[in-house]
Ligand binder design. Sequence first.
Ligand code: ATP
Ligand code: MG
Length: 513
Amino acid sequence: MPWQSQQKYECLLNINNAIITRKTREGLFEAIATQLREVCLYDRCSIQLYDPMDSSITYFATAKGIKPNGISCETSRPLSAGAVANMVIESGKPIIIKDLSSVAHWTSADSMLMAGLTSTMALPLIIRDKIIGSLHCSFKKCPENIMELGGFLEDLCKQISIAIDNMLSYEKLRNINEALEKQKGFVLEKINKATEAFYFTSRKMTKLKNDMDLVAESNAPVLIVGETGTGKDLVARYIHNHSPRNQNLFVKVNCASLASSLIESEFFGHAKGSFTGATVKRIGRFEMANGGTIFLDEIGELPLQNQAKLLQVLEDKAFERVGESTPISADFRIISATNQNLTKNIRAGKFRRDLFYRINTILLEIPPLRERVEDIELLVRCFSSNFAKIMQRPEAQYSSSAIDALLQYQWPGNVRELQNAVEKITILSNGQKLTEADIERLLHPFDFEESPAQEIQFLTRDEMEKRHIKEALERCGGHTGGKRGASQLLGIPRSTLQYRMKKLGISPCSETH
Ligand SMILES: Nc1ncnc2c1ncn2[C@@H]1O[C@H](COP(=O)(O)OP(=O)(O)OP(=O)(O)O)[C@@H](O)[C@H]1O
Ligand SMILES: [Mg+2]
């Protein structure tokens, strides 16, 4: 009996719906097999997936009540030369066999005959000119209109191929996603462990640590202030790692290292082609920090023109990627840090007062090392032991006069400078006991030779930093980057060093690299 075109149309439509709605292989196969049954009374239906890598096939899925059941979909089997599936996959053309007994010598025909089947048809599933598998329908009694049926199934297979290809891509993405989630967990665990070391004994730092623990539990914006190297990064990470957000990312952005024109796309992402150089779509740091923490380091350096936009995003908790108009909402916690005096910047018209209030719900001030001398010895001993382990060298020994010299020093670069000094000591001392003179030689000699101790205290912070950077540059032969560059010595990124040099009026002319 010839079909009504309406029946064909309905079948196509239903298969299309299944493509969109079914989320599992079994669900999709069941929907396809059920729809097929409406138009073709098969006794056995299967979909085979073809893997060209090793010329093997596997069943795509099974479904309850649809024969053959009880088969395994996980195990693949080699595509044997005498199998119907092989002929379809090799030729890329449908095969209709009205009488299986005429081809009883074919391996798969034999087993079908044993199961009481008399005829079969098999059609290739093709997507973008690639064969991904085959669809098989077999019958105990050959349908009268088997040729017409074959023609219709050929049309239908275009839809089925799309459905199967979508399902395979979906599964692949889901697997990648699961693997990435696992990797993320692993990385987070490593980061958390690596950043735990936080040494202090002074009263000031004990109070700060208590505040950090309290703050970690809340969602409030935190502003961390402190001189360079006091541990602002460390404190920000500590808060994130001890907050309920610690299963998501801690995303750091250095506001000083970005050109104003690039800040918006770095913060909020951009669409492909939204500006010259935007060759791929990119998600921004705020989007990455969804569920986690965004750390805006050196926020005092954020250009005024970007401050208004940031304020608006902090208020709306939503933004658009550059070149797109769909708003994206993200749930992030904001922590900012600066070594600048923001109140002074506000008065100078360089920082927005409204933004300052937004980011400054909780203010954490990290005192400079010279104001918590009690921490110095502990830090020296802990860093010495850590470096000795890492470098597999004997731990440095300090005479009491050497410790005194370390306590006397003003540490303009704070804990970072101390950490670098201990690293140098570990390399150079070779386990020998250090004297006061050794320490004096190791620490910046110009501070002691050129100016008496009390004069150091009268230097402004910028002057102090300028001298410090110049000394580092001198030691590194003017190189800012590379393994022997000043940025490495100072423990800051090269871009930050170059920025600070520009800011402090240090000429890069001696820089050779
Ligand atoms: N209390 C501490 N215990 C252990 N390590 C510390 C402590 N404080 C700082 N450090 C270490 O000192 C180095 C400098 O710290 P950090 O980068 O957090 O300083 P910062 O204030 O962010 O500096 P900058 O202003 O230059 O960005 C890091 O290696 C950090 O791990
Ligand atoms: Mg920092």
